[in-house]
Design a protein around this ligand. Structure first.
Ligand SMILES: [Fe+2]
Length: 433
């Protein structure tokens, strides 16, 4: 008989079976799949982040194109910087060409609220932002404290979260120049990149900014530069327009030396009343322009009436009453002044319908005209004329109150009274008036 095979496993032979081998292979494959899954999850996360960034950049562009308000542009620019760069705070410096300096316009977030209102930096290598403005090149600095360009005043100006003093540390920073038509108009700065896993700890220290972040800030800064420049140009145009209107109003006032300063005072009183009535900013601007131009029609009144050193007779009053219409005829040629013109045209209407030029009544009279009417009448009463001395402000106030609901809009009179009581109408107005 042949010998029976031994049931013992020979020495050196692995103690495995085909089933065991298969399980190990399956386990290894599963491990690789889990690894791939984890890599894919990371790739998907990064792609989602990129998509979010692109979406946000797109939204930001639309937002910037929808406003010319400088403050809104600046605030949104900083919000976008913090969100896109995931940083603790952001700053926007603008170039002051006359002084060859950068000045700090805005900072964002809880940190930003505590920042100094006014910071100025030289455009040279004594600060990182100044260096970027000088070179026109964006820059990543991941060890700000030890950078020789770091301007200590910048550090002092950044009280950190939970800190009240000048102990905020600028750890990491990217600065990108705002360039328009080859010229640097400012610097956009992202400070302290936040860790992706909050809260920050020794396990999750402050991360560095990378080239990818720099590219993102560069893209953003192109859009911000254009928006800042557009809002600046718009603001300059608006300022020039207001100044031109003021010059026109003053030129007309020159015809009558006794009314000197009347326009400025009517603007001042009108704005005080409107602010008491909580008019929105756009309406305040319209009112201001309407108040500046309210008597522009007097340019068409002959000097013999306008400069008369005595009270006007009935016939002369009739001529004088043409000035709102004349003002309307002159200014209605200017496109874009439609709302301003109504304030000018109807500032002599009365609440009870007894005014001119059209005898409008109550709410038919545009609100800005009702406000100018109170301001104009108050100034006329307290101003000294060739034929009478100006009234005491307290007496003039009582006269205004007395005519609420007949000559004047009661709500405008109430606002006038509040402004008067608060001493907001300047000399002569007082709480016990
Ligand atoms: Fe007038």
């Amino acid at each position: 008989m042949p010998p029976r095979p031994s049931s013992k496993v020979p020495q050196g032979t692995p103690r495995t079976s085909p089933q065991t081998d298969t399980r190990e292979e399956v386990s290894a494959v599963l491990g690789r799949i889990r690894g791939l899954e984890s890599e894919m999850a990371e790739v998907i996360r990064q792609m989602q982040e990129k998509v979010q960034q692109l979406e946000y950049l797109n939204d930001f562009s639309s937002l910037l194109n929808s406003t010319l308000e400088t403050a809104v542009v600046r605030e949104k620019a900083l919000e976008a910087t913090c969100r896109l760069l995931r940083c603790e705070t952001a700053s926007l410096y603008l170039v002051d060409e006359k002084r060859a300096e950068l000045y700090w316009e805005t900072a964002l977030g809880e940190v930003g609220k505590r920042l100094q209102k006014s910071v100025r930096l030289p455009i040279d290598d004594r600060s990182i932002a100044g260096y970027v403005a000088m070179t026109g090149e964006s820059l990543v600095v991941n060890d700000v404290e030890n950078d020789s360009r770091h301007f200590k005043k910048t550090r002092a100006a950044h009280p950190g979260p939970g800190e009240s003093g000048p102990s905020f540390l600028a750890r990491t920073m990217i600065c990108a120049p705002l360039r328009v038509k080859g010229k640097t108009i400012g610097v956009l700065q992202a400070l302290n990149k936040l860790p992706s896993v909050p809260p920050r700890s020794s396990l999750h220290p402050w991360p560095d900014f990378y080239d990818e972040d720099k590219r993102l800030l560069d893209t953003l800064s192109h859009q911000v530069a254009i928006a800042v420049e557009n809002s600046r140009l718009y603001s300059d145009i608006k300022k020039n327009f207001f100044e031109t209107c003021e010059a026109l109003a003053e030129a007309i006032e020159q015809k009558d030396r006794y009314t000197g300063g009347h326009t400025k005072r009517v603007v001042f009183y009108s704005m005080a009343i409107a602010e008491e009535m909580a008019l929105p900013p756009e309406q305040l601007e319209t009112l201001r322009l309407a108040a500046i131009l309210h008597d522009v029609g007097k340019i068409g009144i002959e000097d013999s009436i306008l400069k008369k050193q005595a009270q006007l007779n009935d016939a002369e009053w009739k001529v004088m009453q043409n000035h709102p219409k004349m003002g309307y005829d002159i200014m209605s040629r200017v496109e874009g002044l439609r709302e301003v013109i109504v304030g000018m045209r109807y500032h002599h209407e009365r609440w009870d319908g007894g005014g001119y030029p059209q005898g409008l009544r109550g709410p038919e009279i545009p609100l800005i005209a009702r406000i100018i009417s109170v301001a104009d009448t108050y100034d006329a009463m307290v101003s000294t004329r060739p034929y009478r001395k100006g009234l005491d402000p307290s007496y003039a106030r009582q006269e205004i109150l007395k005519h609420a609901g007949t000559q004047f809009d009661p709500s405008a009179v109430q606002a006038f009274d509040r402004a008067f009581s608060a001493g907001r109408l300047g000399k002569g107005s007082r709480a016990d008036g």
